[in-house]
Design a protein around this ligand. Structure first.
Ligand SMILES: [Zn+2]
Ligand SMILES: [Zn+2]
Length: 275
């Protein structure tokens, strides 16, 4: 099972961090979790084109996690030689989000249908809205989800991917909560979106200050990882965008919470290979 941090950025634009997106490759499946800014560019960098995605999972419908959904669905449709609907799993609201996105794409869909004689079907999306429990199971690979706490954004979910005794948890945007602890039971790899309140408070922007309410700090991520006994904590979606050379500060803050495992400071295309 191999995890690629495709995009490690946040809503704040960065020249070298794409928006939130993670790829888990296991047993021949390509599982994409969230599809923020530049997701398909990074996916191409990982050698995967949209027609070959096995499943898209969404943690929540904040724009930085779904900005490029339109690109995923359009490019999969336009590149597939036969009908190849995109299966999407996400929290309540996902079906409406998908339907509205397809509506937004109405002009483009019309242009391509008119132009290409061999393309005579509309883009298909199969949506399953989930809140808890097993949401995807194929062969020996199982994905479960649980509610997370990103309030006032709700509902939100995190995902746990299990294969051959190994466990990856993609928490998404959340503060520490019971649902996250449940997902993390026995996890090998815990991926957490993180913020630095100590830096954010130096920036005189009330709107930026608001993000402290509903994200985990590095210390909180470290404490959650320690409580779960996770082996590896991966820090991603760093807010504010980290200055070059500051990576160790983020790691040290996570370690200060008593976590004794490995902390990985993620950059775009960082790979964690569980064999
Ligand atoms: Zn969010
Ligand atoms: Zn986010």
């Amino acid at each position: 099972m191999k995890l690629t941090l495709l995009g490690t950025g946040s809503p704040i634009p960065s020249a070298d961090r794409a928006g939130s997106a993670n790829l888990v490759q296991v047993d021949g499946h390509h599982l994409l979790f969230d599809c923020g800014r530049g997701a398909l560019m990074r996916l191409a960098g990982a050698g995967v084109f949209p027609p070959f995605l096995s499943q898209l999972f969404l943690t929540h419908l904040h724009s930085d996690h779904v900005t490029d959904f339109n690109d995923v669905v359009t490019t999969r449709w336009a590149m597939s030689p036969v009908e190849n609907p995109l299966p999407v799993i996400g929290p309540l609201g996902t079906a409406q989000f998908v339907q509205r996105t397809l509506e937004m794409l109405r002009h483009d869909i019309g242009y391509r249908l008119d132009h290409h004689a061999d393309l005579n079907w509309e883009p298909g999306v199969i949506v399953t809205e989930v809140s808890q429990g097993t949401v995807w199971e194929v062969g020996d690979v199982r994905v479960t989800c649980a509610p997370t706490d990103h309030r006032p954004v709700s509902p939100t979910v995190g995902y746990r991917i299990e294969h051959a005794g190994k466990v990856i948890v993609l928490a998404g945007d959340t503060v520490p909560c019971d649902g996250l602890d449940q997902l993390l039971d026995g996890a090998d790899v815990y991926v957490q979106t993180v913020i630095r309140p100590d830096l954010i408070k130096l920036i005189p922007s009330p709107r930026l200050g608001d993000v402290c309410d509903y994200h985990s700090s590095c210390e909180q991520a470290g404490a959650t990882a320690a409580r779960a006994g996770a082996k590896t904590l991966v820090l991603t979606h760093q807010v504010p965008p980290p200055l070059p050379g500051s990576e160790q500060e983020w790691v040290d803050q996570a370690l200060s919470a008593g976590f004794t495992g490995e902390v990985v400071f993620a950059n775009d295309m960082t790979v964690v290979d569980l064999g």
